[in-house]
Design a protein around this ligand. Structure first.
Ligand code: GDP
Length: 434
């Protein structure tokens, strides 16, 4: 489920991490080159042996260390510190490498000690030079050329192109434009300005930002069907739920799944076969009702759908049933007659809830249908079918936000038990979990 959406998000996390890491490596490389050039300058041209060069480097560095005033004062302190740091880093590495390879073997113990102590004293100076204004986010990790630079702050420039790519990918995956835009903006707002202490922070921060953005999209306040059914049982007045949506989305199967679900919860639903437009529809829902063991109220083809719904409500009242599930004709959302028919049902039985049933596989179409039905009859909640076969996840991500109504259930298969309550946290975990 939603595999393609998950891939897009994990791709974005990877790209942002790579982008920022590679920039850091470039900076480190540049610093290394500068350090190396500086180093070349202090070498005497006629000196060729390695140990002599090393000694000369130590001497130069020590000289700088011992004479921090005078003409060097013309440079700013920070520039001087930077220069020392670079040179020191280079020297440290070089002397460590050399000592590993034994090239300092020619140097007497005394000379080697003086090299090491010169390095250490320079390190102390470098550290104390920064004492007044310590880098804020580097306490946990050593700075230097050969570790990930720990002082990076994420800028808009770092992530703009990658987020633009994500936006396009989301649009291609049937995520609604306004939803894709909001995700990108939230992620950008969250990431820009964040300070990175270690390489893994980038992925962690990006994932957190995406999770936050998606949660904000998915969390929509709305009715809780379970609470309402419980309430109906207490009051003795049945809860009337009207299902709307176009043909083929899985509306009759879904009504049967809901009936089955509440039968298992100890309730006694009744179904109103108010899609009287097609004889096939009446037969189909009657067959489902029989399968799940609930009463169906039906009239003949072409009868008034509002009258069927009315009879079902009366039946429920008489038999103390808590739940009336009203099927409606599933013609296109643009069909005026259909909309009038549904409005008549609303006038006659005053359903407590109108639930839009949409097919997740139709992506943007499902979102547009939901918008149209909401405008026409007012939708309170959504059930998205065929989520089990939906890799894109565009409709699941967008539909609730677009019409500002919650997804209540997801259809996850063809069996009556294949329905699950929808929880935003669950979806976030699906697309951004491990
Ligand atoms: P209606 O015309 O809207 O009433 O659609 P139906 O209820 O007849 O369903 C149309 C087809 O979709 C049927 O073959 C159902 O088995 C199938 N279907 C419905 N819900 C789901 C679902 O959640 N997952 C899958 N995979 N198929 C479903």
């Amino acid at each position: 489920m939603f595999e393609s959406l998950k891939k897009k998000f994990s791709g974005t996390i990877g790209k942002i991490s790579d982008q920022i890491s590679s920039q850091e490596e470039e900076v480190a490389e540049k610093k290394a080159k500068t350090a190396s050039k500086e180093d070349e300058k202090v070498k005497k041209p006629e000196t060729t042996s390695t140990d002599k060069i090393d000694k000369e480097m130590v001497k130069t560095v020590s000289d700088n260390e011992n004479k921090p005033t005078g003409k060097d004062k013309s440079n700013s302190d920070s520039e001087e510190d930077e220069e020392k740091k670079s040179r020191f880093s280079f020297f440290r590495r070089k002397s460590e490498d050399d000592s590993k390879q034994g090239t300092l073997g020619d140097v007497s113990d005394k000379e080697r000690d003086s090299i090491i102590s010169a390095s250490d004293s320079l390190k102390d100076t470098t550290t104390s030079g920064n004492e007044e204004e310590p880098p804020r986010d580097v306490e946990d990790e050593p700075s230097g050329l050969f570790t990930f630079a720990t002082h990076k702050t994420i800028s808009e420039k770092d992530i703009d192109d990658i987020l633009f790519e994500l936006e396009l990918a989301l649009l291609e995956g049937d995520v609604a434009m306004e939803v894709a835009e909001q995700i990108i903006n939230t992620v950008k707002e969250d990431l820009v300005g964040r300070k990175i202490k270690r390489r893994s922070d980038v992925a962690k921060f990006t994932k957190e930002a995406l999770k936050k953005a998606i949660s904000e999209i998915l969390v929509v306040e709305g009715p809780k069907l379970n609470d309402l059914v419980q309430e109906a049982k207490k009051t003795g007045e049945p809860l009337k739920v009207m299902f709307v949506g176009v043909n083929g989305t899985g509306k009759t199967t879904t009504i049967s799944k809901i009936a089955d679900h509440y039968v298992k919860e100890g309730y006694t639903p009744v179904i109103a076969a108010s899609d009287t437009f097609r004889a096939g529809a009446i037969e189909q829902i009657s067959h489902h009702a029989e399968n799940v063991g609930v009463k169906i109220i039906r009239h003949q083809k072409g009868a008034d759908p509002a009258a069927v719904a009315y009879d079902a409500v009366e039946h429920a009242r008489a038999k103390k049933k808590e739940l009336v599930l009203i099927d409606t004709a599933g013609r296109m959302q643009t069909n005026i007659n259909l909309m009038d028919e549904m409005k008549k049902i609303q006038r006659v039985v005053k359903p407590d809830l109108a639930i839009f049933v949409g097919d997740a596989l139709t992506g943007n179409d499902a979102v547009e249908q939901a918008r149209k039905f909401d405008e026409a009859v007012g939708v309170d909640g959504i059930i998205l079918t065929k989520a089990d076969a939906d890799a894109k996840g565009g409709a699941a991500l967008s539909i609730g936000h677009v019409i500002n109504k919650p997804i209540l259930f997801l259809g996850v298969g063809q069996g009556y038990g294949d329905i699950m309550e929808f929880h935003p946290d669950w979806m976030v975990e699906q697309v951004l979990g491990e």
